[in-house]
Ligand binder design. Structure first.
Ligand SMILES: N[C@@H](CCC(=O)N[C@@H](CS)C(=O)NCC(=O)O)C(=O)O
Length: 207
């Protein structure tokens, strides 16, 4: 069995990789990257000079980018959260990439407002624009989930879990009833509960 180390930040996108590891029966060593502290974890900065979590280390080999890590793990352990082939795999990849590369960056735009300008009015305008984009994405997801049990069809996949992780990020947006139905189910998975407890994160978005 390989040894896994995960550099994470509590409740961040790294939580989805944490859950993927648990779903694959692995018990990673967890290292808090200290993203909010003045001094980020030095080993973490060496592993990813971009200063972003998640960073996964498998037997000493560094893997950056959350989507790559999740796909790699689920493929390695043939986990049904990412079907191995066919149209189900295409759908699961589409929605995992939607959460990782469309929904997540929309939030990042809002979170990054303070890095763009010191001017409160500019920050406010960036935040408003980010929230409008995020809200549109949640509304689209809700309409999609009104017609589909899960994002990728009739079975839960990794995209549902990453969506639930992102839904818990603090931003003045709302999720519709169909999104909430799915996230409520995701957070009941033993792996999700274990990750929340280990990272000491309270889940608020399901209410
Ligand atoms: N494309 C990267 C983005 C990762 C990312 O944005 N991580 C956030 C936490 S959710 C982060 O580390 N932010 C700190 C920063 O950018 O300084 C991935 O998917 O791994």
């Amino acid at each position: 069995m390989p040894n896994y180390k995960l550099f994470y930040s509590p409740g961040a996108c790294s939580m989805a990789v944490h859950i993927a590891l648990l779903e694959c029966g692995q018990s990673p060593e967890l290292v808090n990257a200290n993203l909010r502290a003045e001094q980020r974890n030095a080993d973490f900065m060496k592993a990813n000079p971009r200063g972003q979590v998640p960073v996964l280390v498998e037997d000493g080999q560094i893997i950056r980018e959350g989507a790559a890590q999740m796909i790699y793990l689920l493929d390695t352990y043939k986990n049904p959260l990412l079907p191995q082939s066919g149209p189900q795999r295409a759908q699961a990849l589409e929605w995992l990439c939607w959460a990782n590369a469309t929904l997540h960056p929309a939030y990042s735009k809002g979170f990054g407002a303070k890095r763009v300008s010191d001017d409160a009015a500019v920050q406010d305008a960036i935040m408003k624009s980010a929230c409008a984009s995020i809200q549109k994405l949640w509304d689209e997801a809700d309409a999609h989930l009104a017609k589909n049990k899960y994002l990728a069809g009739d079975k839960p996949t990794m995209g549902d879990i990453l969506m639930a992780v992102i839904a818990n990020w603090s931003m003045p947006v709302t999720q519709g009833p169909n999104v909430k139905r799915v996230i409520r189910e995701m957070i009941e998975r033993p792996s999700y509960k274990k990750a929340l407890a280990a990272e000491q994160v309270e889940y608020k978005a399901a209410a």
